[in-house]
Design a protein around this ligand. Sequence first.
Ligand code: AMP
Ligand code: ZN
Length: 498
Amino acid sequence: MYIATMQLYKTQHLKVYNSLSSTKELFEPINEGHVGMYVCGPTVYSNVHLGNCRTFMSFDMIFRYLRHLGYKVRYVRNITDAGHLEDDADEGEDKISKKARLEQIEPMEVVQRYTVDFHNILQKFNFLPPSIEPTATGHIIEQIEIIKDILEKGYAYEINDSVYFDVKKFNEDYEYGKLSGRKLEDMISNTRELAAQDDKKSPQDFALWKKAEPQHIMRWPSPWGDGFPGWHLECTAMSTKYLGENFDIHGGGMDLKFPHHECEIAQAEAGNGHSPVKYWLHANMLTLNGKKMAKSTGNNILPNEIFSGNNSILSKGFSPSVVRFFMMQAHYTSILDLSNDALLASEKGYQRLMDAITGLDGLNTGANSDFDIKDWRQKCYDAMNDDFNTPILIANLFEGVKHINLIKEGKEQLSADDKKILIETMNSFTFDVLGLENKNDSGRDSEKLSGVVELLIQLRNEARANKDFDTSDKIRDQLAALGIQLKDSKEGTTFKVS
Ligand code: AMP
Ligand code: ZN
């Protein structure tokens, strides 16, 4: 239920926390009414864990709210299917190649398997698809062109068929480290000496193109010989291609600020002469046992484990909407720790919210309203306008729940016009913006259906006991016509819905 035509952004003034300035800034997109947003996607070499899902869910919520405000959003979220090495300092094997080698399958089979898994999980969590989902391997040509440009401008050097970004040279003309708040001099004094076999001039330099050794299976021809692009370059190539040299929002997890996003800024500035992004947004980490969830350490939990309850930390399974509600109860820039108790509490909260929303249409109305509905609605917007503060939004939704329950108990009243605002606000924030789904509806419906059929079975039994076979046959036949078959046995009558 998006009210895109309403251009709510003209009256609702959104502020976002920009990691580049470390302040909350008024959100003013480059082109009025339009937003370009790029979010670093997953490296598809294993199943996404719940931590990855949290970051993508934070940006799904941001995408949803921007759309709700009436912006036309082009949301680009890539798939990293090449170039991401095991070590951020350009060392180690390509994560996807390694998995392919271990499993003795093609790298693209690895990519396909985990891209499908990623999409399945996101669908369960009710994510909106991005506008474009480009892949690194689909943009090798664009990446090569950027390298040529940076080389030409003197901020990169070729050595032994690889190309590295020259951080020192770049820092003479620009500022390397401005996003992560690091100074190049400090980085230099804190880093180890270069290993003898390292081609780089300085440890801070990063790969734009790496020569493929004979055993490296993911390789492409280039002006510097067969090789593969550096990890940071793909995001510069794809964001520029689809959103332009200047775009509004770049997002990702906090852990990508350095070196990934810092290097993206450097590449774009070296090539185009100016900063690429107006607002850098970073989502915070999901932790387990107080430690960051990560694929590499094994300290993680998979979405399917949480849905089924098949994990030793869980007492039961939790539905995707409950997990989503749990995530939304924390601000996206705060660390969130996952535990069974926290999930149980979220399940109760989610249930209370859904109970209040279910059947809202039938809420009685009165002549006047006992509370200021417009003021309450604005408080919901104020929460979201304050850097997408979903926990405060949820607190406000529960304020709505309190009034709904008082009205149901006949202790408060609401006018018919205000009831419309109440329903629209509860629905649009709960479902459109937070992305929750009301699983109550179908569950409750089947519960009600069972109740009605059981009642008819009872009436039919009474009719048969009274030898009123006209009535008992009528009940059986008409239920059959509706696709509900009754089956009599010694134990009693059961039914099946076809
Ligand atoms: P990767 O597939 O490792 O490139 O990560 C995909 C996204 O998940 C990145 O934006 C990471 O910052 C994010 N991420 C990784 N671990 C966590 C975590 N424990 N909590 C939240 N986000 C995470
Ligand atoms: Zn990226």
